[in-house]
Design a binder for this molecule. Structure first.
Ligand code: NAD
Ligand code: GLY
Length: 357
């Protein structure tokens, strides 16, 4: 088992990474330490992996709520359903919510845990690649409002993250590839050596090679853990984790959520961010956009805008981005291979030129 620690001043927690952790009764016994639990999952995940978790929980008091899959579950209505279930099952202040699923279950379950009785413990059990390397780590929890995605939420750090690599075997390949975009993102933000490693190991990752996957997930989590430890509530540096996301969120909003997976939009956003950096001159190495495109293409991810998308509409979405400080735009941009920075004051002209290529 590989363990990465998220070292926060408010308390550290482990990210355990290995195949077979769901059914590891010793691990779960240590994690729960006799406390009541409550398992939240979705149909797809529960059908395949809940029996394995129940084996690990070995008869612990852990009723289950299983929701349909999909982003629509991150709603006020389903939030209320989770709270109702916690009440119905008489969960106490010291109960533990176990979120078994992808980022949707993790965000909804984490937010319910943040609110129920002013906050109960949450253990994130990510079952998508995206959730293993991003959403389960760092304590951002949220549900959506019709006005905006993730509008209602809280920072609520998990007590532990349990990434059972075996669960990735049943993840649809499109979802798996989408998670790879987030892994490449970490290399672009902070780790030139990791980019080289990814270049060499991409085929192994695409073939679900266990050793390569464990390494890529652990290294991604280590980057996220380090950034979150320095800036848990995104006062500054944590915004770097949004590399490619200003473009990605605009694409997702314009296409309608679900048309492209989040990681697919991030893939296009990573290329566009490198192109914008080259356009603005913040990135002297003009080959990075080309290399990024090549890595993502190998993973069969999009490397440009969806055909026919309205560029002015994208610019309007970007202008509403929460990260902007004034009338100009803020982007996270690569500044070298394996290094990125937060850049404010970007005018729409260069962005328009990059969109129009
Ligand atoms: P998801 O949770 O919708 O899962 C994707 C699909 O895969 C679903 O249909 C799910 O049922 C299925 N699935 C999950 N694991 C499976 C498995 N092992 N086998 C078979 N099917 C499986 O999507 P996601 O990409 O994991 O997460 C997206 C969500 O994460 C978004 O709501 C996004 O806002 C959120 N997010 C949050 C953060 C954060 O920091 N909190 C970061 C990134 C994304
Ligand atoms: N996914 C971005 C963050 O956790 O800050």
């Amino acid at each position: 088992m590989t363990t990465v620690t998220v070292a926060l001043s408010s308390g550290s927690y482990p990210i355990h990474i290995a195949a077979g952790l769901l059914a590891d009764a010793d691990l779960w016994s240590r994690l729960l330490a006799g406390r009541q639990a409550f398992v939240l999952s979705d149909d797809n995940v529960a059908a395949r992996w809940l029996p394995r978790l129940q084996q690990g929980l070995a008869g612990a008091d852990a009723p289950t709520l299983i929701l349909p899959p999909g982003e629509e579950q991150k709603s006020l209505g389903q939030f209320a359903a989770v709270i109702d279930a916690l009440v119905q099952h008489k969960r106490r202040r010291n109960s533990v919510l176990i979120a078994l699923g992808g980022g949707v279950i993790g965000d909804l379950g984490g937010f319910a845990a943040a609110c129920y009785q002013r906050g109960i413990a949450c253990i994130q059990v990510p079952t998508t690649l995206l959730a293993m390397v991003d959403s389960s780590v760092g304590g951002k929890t949220a549900i959506n409002h019709p006005a905006s995605k993730n509008l209602i939420g809280a920072f609520h750090q998990p007590e532990a993250v349990i990434a059972d690599l075996a669960t990735l075997a049943t993840l649809p390949q499109r979802e798996f590839r989408s998670g790879l975009a987030e892994i490449i993102k970490y290399g672009l933000i902070a780790d030139a050596d990791f980019l080289l490693w990814l270049e060499q190991q991409l085929d192994a990752l695409l073939a679900h090679d266990a050793e390569a996957l464990a390494h890529a997930i652990a290294r991604s989590c280590a980057h996220k853990a380090a950034i979150v430890a320095r800036d848990p509530t995104e006062q500054g540096e944590r915004a770097l984790l949004n590399l490619g996301h200003t473009f990605a969120h605009a694409i997702e909003t314009e296409l309608g959520y679900g048309a492209w997976l989040h990681g697919e939009a991030v893939a296009a956003g990573l290329v566009l961010a490198a192109e914008l950096a080259a356009e603005l001159g913040t990135l002297p190495d003009r080959t990075l956009a080309q290399r990024t495109r090549h890595w993502l293409q190998r993973a069969a991810l999009p490397v440009g805008l969806p055909a026919g998308i309205d560029h002015e509409a994208l610019l309007r979405h970007m202008a509403l981005d929460k990260k902007n400080l004034g009338s100009t735009l803020r982007f996270i941009l690569p500044t070298a291979v394996g290094r990125s920075a937060i850049v404010d004051g970007i005018e729409t002209g260069p962005v328009r030129r990059v969109l129009g290529r």
